[in-house]
Design a protein around this ligand. Structure first.
Ligand code: ZN
Length: 326
């Protein structure tokens, strides 16, 4: 009887053991650590600036270890199934961390090994857009969908695709890097990746919209008294009725719609969700622009703005940990 009771207690404890995952979201500006439940509830979350000073990239993993310590100290009963990491790219999966990532001063940031060693838990590493599409599938609009694409339009543009129920990783883990598709052949704009001209990100990301506006205005002989400095300025001018800004938005919609058309051709998704700061601040205008100009010969899937907001990559990182531990 005592043994049966013990077993029962053990089983209960065992179930509790796997009701949570630790999720890390590492970006060039901020790093966030969260404890996430199986249902996608963020139970605890802390944020810090991504360390930029130190001998090498290990300062970042050290900071993450400290942050996990803080989260776990508040929830000592949680026994996470694993640690999922959503990271800025590009990633070196062999070494387990970002390599030559722009906007941070370290060549390589070791993530998988230091965390595995410290916490003796399975650790899963994904780039941020791949993590996001997993988050959408497990916790968002993509539930029960086997074919979906998530696109983020913020400082840069990224994408993640799930096809036939499988997350597409590709040979180097960088499949669905749709921000670097060529979508414009008239304005000759160099992308922020410095590797090409006419890339989607080079025209339509938050960082590059002002540059696209300037180039477009010059090409169309528009005299602009004060050039907008930010993407927000461009959208604000259009909202206030500025004719040049409204004309430019039409060109931006065509670029976005061409990119989305390419995404549909490449992945044949049932659902495309879009997110990222540029989308969240201008959702109706961007969505209607895409729908207006998307290739009408295509079978257009459902296209909607993600409801998971800024937590999507964090939730996706947790989903990766749960997926390995059902
Ligand atoms: Zn590019």
């Amino acid at each position: 009887m005592a043994v049966a009771r013990l077993n029962k207690r053990y089983r209960i404890k065992y179930n509790i053991m796997h009701h949570h995952a630790l999720a890390i979201d590492l970006g060039a500006t901020n790093v966030r650590v969260a404890l996430v439940s199986r249902s996608g509830k963020v139970i605890a979350k802390i944020k810090d600036k991504t360390p930029k000073h130190g001998k090498n990239g290990a300062v970042i993993s050290q900071r993450i270890i400290e942050m996990i310590g803080l989260v776990m100290a508040k929830h000592p009963d949680a026994r996470p199934a694993g640690i999922g990491i959503s990271s800025m790219g590009p990633l070196d999966y062999q070494r387990g961390g970002p390599l030559h990532s722009p906007n941070i001063p370290f060549t390589f940031v070791p993530l998988v090994e230091p965390l595995r060693r410290k916490f003796s838990l399975p650790v899963f590493l994904l780039n941020d857009a791949n993590a996001a599409v997993l988050g959408e599938q497990r916790f968002g609009a993509g539930k029960k969908k086997k074919n979906l694409v998530y696109i983020t339009i913020s400082t840069g543009i990224g994408g993640g695709a799930i096809v036939d129920g499988n997350l597409l990783l590709g040979g180097s883990g960088n499949a669905a890097e749709v921000g670097h598709m060529i979508v414009d052949t008239t304005h000759n704009i160099r992308c922020s990746c410095k590797k090409g001209i006419g890339h989607w990100e080079g025209c339509a990301s938050g960082r590059n919209i002002p540059k696209f506006f300037k180039t477009w205005a010059k090409a169309h002989g528009k005299k602009i008294a004060v050039m907008p400095a930010t993407a927000k300025d461009v959208f604000d001018h259009a909202r206030s009725g500025n004719a040049a800004a409204r004309g430019f938005l039409d060109a931006l919609h065509r670029v976005n719609a061409r990119a989305i058309s390419n995404v549909i051709v490449a992945y044949d998704p049932e659902l495309i969700t879009i997110g990222g700061s540029v989308v969240f601040m201008n959702a109706p205008v961007l969505l209607s622009g895409i729908k207006k100009y998307v290739d009408r010969h295509l079978k257009t899937p459902e296209i909607r703005v993600s409801r998971l907001g800024d937590d999507i990559a964090l939730l996706g990182a947790a989903a990766a940990a749960f997926a390995q531990n059902k």
